[in-house]
Design a protein around this ligand. Structure first.
Ligand code: AMP
Ligand code: MN
Ligand code: MN
Length: 326
C-alpha cells in the first residue's frame, strides 16, 4: 500500500477539506473502540466539522459516562465527505453493511493484523490502544485535545491496557495518560467505571460461563450462549469482559471463550501468556488481534466450532511446547 511521504500532513489536509465526516468503530465495541470514536469525533466537532459516529451494534450502556455518547448511532444519516475507521483491523470489523456501503479514507489502528484497507493508513502496532495514537497525533492534525475528548481517549488507553498492565505497556503510553489527565481526564473515576464497576446482570452472566469452565493441560476454556444472556437479563452480545477474568487463572498458557452469537456464528476470544503469540490462530479463522489477545467470528454450531478450535489450539500449543516458543 503506497503511503504519502508526509502522512500527518495528508491527514491534516483531509480534515481541513472535509465538511461532513463519518467515523466508524468496530462491532461489539470495547473501551478503545468507543473511546477512540468519541475522542476523535469530539475533537473534529470542536473544529466545526459536521460529524457522525457509527457502530453497527450501537453504544453499550456502560459508556454513557462519556461526553458525546448520545451521538453514537447504528447507521449514518448523511452522505460523508470523509470516512474514518478507528480500532478496526479489517473491513469485516465494521460489520458487513457498513463495509459494503463505504470506502474508507483513513484507517487508524494499532493491531498487528491490520490489512491497511484505507486510502491513508495510520497503523502503529507499538501503541497500546488506538486512543494512544489519537492522543499523540490529533494535535499534529490540527485538533487539540479538549476537556471533552480527553476522558474518552483515556478510557481507550486504560481499557485496552487493562489498567496499564498488559505486556505491551510502554513508558510512552504512561506519558500519554499523564497528558490526558492534564487535559482534563479524571483517571481514578474513569478507571473505576471502565474496569472495576460491573452490573448485577453482567456478573450473573459470568456465572453461567464459570459453571462450564474446563481445563486440559495448560489450556482453559468455556462458552456462553444467548440463553445465558437471557437468563441473566444481560443486554448486548459481548462477553461482559469475562475473558479477562478467566485469563487471570494461574499456570495456564492459553484461555479461550466461545460466545455463541445466536446467528450461526461463534465469537471466539483467545488470551495468552507472554511467549505465545496467538495471532496466527485467529488469522487462520479470518480474525485478528494482538499477540496476547485475539479473536475471530467463526460460522457454525457451538459444539462444532468448540471442537475444531480446541483441536487447532492444542496443536499450536504442542508445537510451541516443542522448543518453538517465541
Ligand atoms: P476480544 O477477544 O473480542 O476481546 O478481542 C481481542 C482482540 O482481537 C481485540 O484487539 C480485537 O480487536 C481483536 N478481534 C476480535 N475479534 C476479531 C475479529 N473477528 N477480527 C479481527 N480482529 C478481532
Ligand atoms: Mn477494540
Ligand atoms: Mn484497541
Amino acid at each position: 500500500m503506497n503511503q504519502p511521504v508526509n502522512l500527518d500532513q495528508s491527514i491534516r489536509d483531509a480534515f481541513s477539506q472535509a465538511g461532513k465526516i463519518l467515523v466508524i468503530a468496530h462491532v461489539r465495541p470495547d473501551g478503545d473502540a468507543i473511546g477512540s470514536l468519541l475522542g476523535l469525533g469530539l475533537a473534529l466537532k470542536e473544529k466545526g466539522k459536521q460529524i457522525e459516529l457509527v457502530v453497527e451494534d450501537g453504544l453499550p450502556a456502560s459508556f454513557k459516562n462519556l461526553t458525546g455518547w448520545e451521538m453514537v448511532r447504528k447507521w449514518p444519516a448523511m452522505k460523508p465527505d470523509l470516512v474514518i475507521t478507528v480500532d478496526c483491523s479489517d473491513l469485516g470489523r465494521l460489520g458487513d453493511d457498513l463495509a459494503n456501503e463505504f470506502q474508507v479514507d483513513i484507517n487508524i489502528d494499532h493491531h498487528i493484523t491490520n490489512l491497511n484497507f484505507g486510502r491513508l493508513n495510520v497503523v502503529d502496532t507499538r501503541a497500546v490502544a488506538t486512543a494512544e495514537i489519537l492522543a499523540t497525533r490529533l494535535p499534529m492534525w490540527g485538533c487539540p485535545i479538549s476537556p471533552a475528548s480527553a476522558p474518552a481517549l483515556l478510557t481507550g488507553l486504560v481499557t485496552d491496557s487493562l489498567g496499564f498492565r498488559t505486556s505491551n505497556m510502554t513508558p510512552q503510553a504512561l506519558r500519554v495518560a499523564a497528558d490526558l489527565m492534564e487535559a482534563g481526564a479524571d483517571l481514578p473515576e474513569l478507571y473505576q467505571h471502565a474496569l472495576v464497576n460491573r452490573s448485577f446482570e453482567a456478573v450473573k452472566y459470568w456465572g453461567a460461563g464459570f459453571t462450564r469452565l474446563q481445563r486440559m493441560d495448560r489450556l482453559v476454556w468455556t462458552s456462553i450462549t444467548p440463553a445465558d444472556r437471557q437468563a441473566a437479563h444481560y443486554n448486548g452480545r459481548d462477553d461482559a469482559d469475562m475473558i479477562n477474568i478467566l485469563s487471570a487463572i494461574n499456570d495456564i498458557d492459553v484461555t479461550i471463550l466461545f460466545n455463541d452469537q445466536g446467528n450461526g456464528h461463534i465469537k471466539v476470544s483467545w488470551r495468552s501468556q507472554p511467549g505465545f503469540d496467538i495471532t496466527p490462530l485467529a488469522l487462520q479463522y479470518n480474525g485478528g488481534g494482538h499477540p496476547a489477545a485475539a479473536g475471530a467470528d467463526i460460522e457454525g454450531a457451538l459444539a462444532e466450532v468448540e471442537a475444531e478450535v480446541l483441536q487447532s489450539t492444542r496443536c499450536y500449543l504442542k508445537l510451541k511446547g516443542n522448543g518453538q516458543k517465541s
